[in-house]
Design a protein around this ligand. Structure first.
Ligand code: B16
Ligand code: MG
Length: 209
């Protein structure tokens, strides 16, 4: 089972929102939580392009690098507040049950901060493999991050399933030949394999297979 991180295992999406809001405000760009939904699963550089396009703002390549670094510095400060208590009991119970059933677990996240986040919430040791923003060159909706996760597990995509909260993540999973659980925004994706209101609902579908 390959889990997206932000928005599935822990709600860092709110922290991304706060950090991007600070950058947008400085640039005089209006930025809402709904706008933030468009950044789910999208890389940091591509997220900045979306924020700039919201304000029809153009900046140089050097300035883009500075802005992306500043956003990450704000975000990293916010991540310092994360603790294991930020993981919902439903998430922990689901991971326990999957491991109890002998499934192998991996992370498939676009984030370059994934390992820091997993350490902060105390979940790093739960995963047999971590594929994240550090080992990919193409971000979701490209399937690279999930294909690498499957490779790390030494399994074919047909033997894995992905869990996602982002539409771009569902596209990535399907493009890679994975079946996909969608939660939150991703549950609205027309081609997602299974729709979840909460993570533990996935266990019912596994019993059927
Ligand atoms: P970073 P996921 C994604 O993580 C986030 O959903 C997305 O909003 C963020 O821009 C991206 O990681 C890159 O994050 O700036 O930490 O490298 O949902 O794929 O786990
Ligand atoms: Mg996500």
């Amino acid at each position: 089972m390959i889990f997206d991180l932000d928005g599935v295992l822990v709600h860092t999406d709110e922290l991304h929102y706060q950090a991007w809001s600070a950058i947008a405000e400085r640039l005089g760009i209006a930025f809402t939580r709904r706008d933030n939904d468009r950044l789910r699963g999208v890389s940091r550089a591509d997220s900045l392009e979306i924020v700039l396009s919201l304000g029809m703002t153009e900046v140089s390549a050097v300035e883009k690098e500075v802005l992306a670094d500043e956003k990450n510095a704000i975000y990293r400060q916010l991540l310092d507040r994360l603790t294991p208590r930020d993981v919902a009991p439903d998430v922990l119970a689901t991971l326990d049950e999957l491991q109890g059933r002998g499934l192998r677990l991996a992370i498939g996240s676009s984030s370059r901060n994934a390992k820091v986040i997993l350490d902060r919430i105390g979940l790093r040791d739960r995963f047999d493999a971590i594929s994240d923003g550090e080992n990919i060159t193409r971000s979701k909706p490209d399937p690279e991050v999930f294909l690498r996760a499957a490779q790390f597990l030494a399994l074919t995509p047909g033997r894995c399933a992905v869990v996602e909260d982002a539409r771009a993540g569902v596209d990535a999973a399907l493009a890679g030949g994975f079946s996909c659980f969608g939660i939150g925004d991703a549950a609205e994706h027309p081609r997602v394999t299974w729709r979840l209101e909460k993570l533990s609902e996935m266990l019912e579908h596994l019993t059927d297979r």
